[in-house]
Design a protein around this ligand. Structure first.
Ligand code: PA5
Length: 462
């Protein structure tokens, strides 16, 4: 199971100006936290609350459909190409990178156990898209278009390009190379899928994009490349059994939520750093960035009172970012909470050969890279403590489907509880919609002329 070590935020360790009196705070907040947790679980099945992501560990139906389809297309494709943006791709990128063998797309088919390569297009950079299209054999590529709303500009542009190319290469057969994950009823892509006869999968109601990784949004690409999705759902279920617990002393998501909330509101530590010591987990901070930023960055409370909520998320990767960010984290403004993610056991061991006797490097010989990365994490935390900086360690025994699912689910629950502490709507993103509307206007979508005009006025375009 996942573990949380919160000693590094204690005032006994980093002093009273920056650290918390944890026993006193837990005692002060235990009733509020219990109310928040029981309220979340009470409301989770209520339509419109945006809490269906709390049920995803139990959704046997999605797993069944996904596995059935993956079995049907096994050996048919050499490549999976996922199209999407934001919550439609960030979780998929994070988990496939973590669970597939390193350098997956460079391995032979045999080394990949017969499973396809996987690519994600999650932007609209022409050079990037053209570059990928230049190397992909589209006849052997299964394109999974993912968009909850079904009309996101970037994703629809990618889809239109791919549909056109596939049609040119495959004539009428191109439809077999496109699958769609979207809302079950609404959105242009749903309409198109029905007209075109694409195989479709559903993003369930009341699961926002950034909470959708354990729907078909993530599970389908995972199954297509041979990831065991039952391990993933089992991990969520087992952790959920613990996170239901309304007792703050036994609930790690609640503890981390309260700590971040208090360190921000009491001590101005309004930057949350997520720092895995693992290359496999290097895209988890990107996923977390969206989750934390879009969920908590709000300017009004649920009672419409003005607030400027939202700690700023920053990703860092150990050990390498010790050589980029750590000077700032140690000596710059003391406004950050650094969350380490530590791995109990790496998949492999790598020895450092004893080939030099120089004092400066000889000590490395005979040790392992595993020893080294762990020593780096310990040293970094010790230094942060020396500078009175708050640190937390999230420990996962190993990077497998069961535990990475727990890591992401814990962070989702932590986000929901933190949002409730700020008393904001964690599950909307009004300003993202505003940018979408300007883009629609600028690109000439009918009905968005006012948005285009407002944008031109603001930016003084001709
Ligand atoms: O969290 C969210 O809902 C958003 O950030 C979406 O993930 C993002 O905008 C992509 O939207 P869609 O899946 O509708 O294409």
């Amino acid at each position: 199971m996942l573990e949380l070590d919160i000693r590094g935020v204690s005032q006994d360790i980093i002093g009273g100006e920056n650290g918390l009196n944890i026993p006193a705070e837990f005692e002060n907040y235990k009733t509020r936290i219990a109310d928040i947790i029981s309220n979340l679980y009470k409301r989770k099945d209520t339509p419109g609350e945006g809490l269906q992501w709390m049920n995803l560990g139990y959704s046997q139906e999605t797993s069944w459909y996904v596995k059935e389809y993956a079995a049907l297309v096994e050996n048919r494709f050499d490549n999976i190409l996922v199209l999407g943006i934001g919550g439609s791709t960030l979780g998929g990128i994070a988990i496939t990178h973590a669970l597939l063998k390193p350098y997956w797309n460079l391995l032979s088919k045999e080394q990949r156990g017969g499973y396809p390569r996987i690519f994600f297009l999650d932007n609209v950079d022409p050079d990037d898209i053209n570059g990928l299209l230049d190397i992909l054999d589209l006849k052997k590529t299964l394109v999974n278009v993912i968009t909850k709303s079904g009309d996101t500009t970037e994703t629809m542009a990618q889809y239109m390009i791919l549909k056109d190319r596939l049609e040119k290469e495959l004539d009428d057969d191109y439809r077999k190379n496109i699958i769609v994950t979207t809302d079950k009823k609404t959105g242009i892509l749903r309409q198109i899928s029905e007209q075109e006869g694409y195989k479709t999968f559903v993003v369930p109601d009341d699961v926002g994009g950034r909470f959708s990784v354990f729907t078909a949004v993530g599970l389908l690409p995972f199954a297509l490349v041979g990831i065991n999705i039952d391990e993933i759902t089992a991990g969520i279920r087992d952790l959920d059994a613990q996170l239901k617990n309304t007792n703050i002393y036994e609930n790690i998501a609640a503890q981390n939520a309260l700590i971040h909330y208090l360190l921000d509101t009491k001590y101005g530590k309004d930057i949350t750093v997520l720092m895995p010591y693992s290359e496999k987990l290097k895209y988890v901070p990107d996923w977390f960035t969206q989750l934390w930023a879009e969920s908590l960055g709000k300017n009004k409370t649920t009672e419409e009172k003005p607030i400027k909520a939202g700690p700023t998320p920053i990703g860092a990767i150990g050990a390498k970012d010790q050589h980029t960010l750590m000077q700032l984290f140690n000596e710059g403004p003391n406004n950050k909470v650094i969350n380490f993610v530590r791995i109990g056991e790496f998949d492999t061991t790598l020895g450092i050969p004893q080939i030099f006797q120089y004092t400066g490097i000889g000590y490395l010989g005979g040790k392992t890279v595993n020893n080294l990365i762990n020593a780096e994490a310990d040293s970094t935390q010790a230094t942060l403590i020396d500078y009175s900086r708050p640190t937390i360690t999230i420990k996962i025994p190993k990077v497998d489907g069961y535990h990475i699912a727990q890591l992401l689910y814990m962070l989702e629950m932590q986000t929901a509880i933190t949002g409730a502490l700020y008393n904001i709507n964690t599950f909307d993103q009004p300003s993202v919609e505003q940018t979408r509307n300007y883009t629609y206007g600028l690109m000439g979508r009918i009905g968005y002329e006012e948005s285009a005009k407002a944008l031109h006025d603001k930016l003084e375009y001709v």
